[in-house]
Design a protein around this ligand. Structure first.
Ligand SMILES: [Zn+2]
Length: 297
């Protein structure tokens, strides 16, 4: 709570002195994660400024709010969050910032699996989220309804094409070879959608902040050997040291990093939500089949 108190104290200073400085002051819509930011911008288009809290490449589970976040929230008409452990830090921040914005929690509008917060890894959930974003934007700005509807329809078309393309691509990988070992337990929705088995994770938790025990790591190494898993996938926003050690012990390779909890910077393959899922799929199918399968998505 100390960091929140600091953010709120700074917010108070900003309010007292008048919010003349840059960042957030004029924002009407605030989005939490990089994925939610991209989806929201796709629907909002040029009509409304979207202030995104998480920067590309940052781990949402361990995010520490900044004073500028409280400032943006204080001015927001609408806050769009992912929900669950990836932006659990938002609730106290909204409260303490005295924000009266409507808060849209996207995980409540998708096919949710327990407390796993990584719903966007299934593009059909992305489609459901985009519908909820469209409706919330229309409520906040009814004059823009036609724009939001048109943008959402175009984007949903792209998401459906992406989903079909990934399914076609993965179908080329024999089901027995669809085995995933990742950094933390972030690809459950992707695995369920496209028929992968999650063998395990270097950090066996749905939060990247958990600490694996030596015994858990040894069990994972044994399982990777037993199931002949050829590759382990680190995540772009996390340090791959543990994955490298596990791969060495288990005789597996460390594959390219996946865009798991954060999109990448501009110009990277994971700069957009659609791009991140396409790039992940290419990385996964190529590593699991030793390059036999490759797809353009
Ligand atoms: Zn995560």
């Amino acid at each position: 709570m100390r960091r929140l108190a600091a953010a709120v104290a700074l917010l108070a200073a900003v309010v007292i002195t008048g919010c003349s400085s840059s960042g957030g002051g004029d924002s009407q819509v605030v989005a939490t994660t990089t994925e939610v930011g991209d989806m929201t911008r796709q629907v909002a288009g040029d009509r409304v400024h979207v202030e995104q809290i998480l920067r590309p490449g940052s781990d949402p589970h361990e995010y520490e709010p900044r004073p500028s976040d409280a400032q943006a929230l204080a001015h927001a008409k609408l806050v769009i969050r992912s929900g669950g452990d990836v932006d659990g830090w938002l609730d106290p921040l909204v409260r303490e910032a005295g924000s009266d914005a409507d808060v849209l929690t996207l995980i409540d509008h998708v096919q949710r699996h327990g407390d796993d917060p990584h719903w966007w890894q299934d593009p059909r959930n992305g489609e459901a989220a985009v519908g909820a974003i469209r409706d919330a934007l229309i409520r906040a700005d009814p004059d823009g309804a036609a724009t939001y509807r048109a943008n959402a329809a175009r984007y949903i078309g792209q998401l459906r094409a992406l989903d079909a393309g990934i399914a076609r691509c993965v179908a080329q990988v024999p089901p027995g070879e669809r085995k995933l070992v990742t950094s933390h337990d972030s690809l459950g929705y992707y695995a369920r959608r496209y028929g992968f088995t999650i063998v395990g994770a270097a950090i066996p938790s749905r939060s990247s902040q958990a600490q694996p025990s030596a015994a858990a790591t040894q069990r994972l190494i044994d399982q990777i050997k037993r199931e002949h898993v050829p590759a382990i996938f680190p995540e772009s926003a996390l340090n791959p040291k543990l994955e490298q050690a596990i791969a060495r012990e288990a005789g597996a390779r460390v594959a390219g990093a996946l865009w798991a909890d954060s999109l990448g910077p501009e110009g990277s393959s994971g700069a957009t939500y659609i791009g991140s899922l396409a790039a992940n799929t290419q990385t996964i199918v190529s590593a699991l089949t030793g390059g036999r399968v490759s797809c353009r998505l």
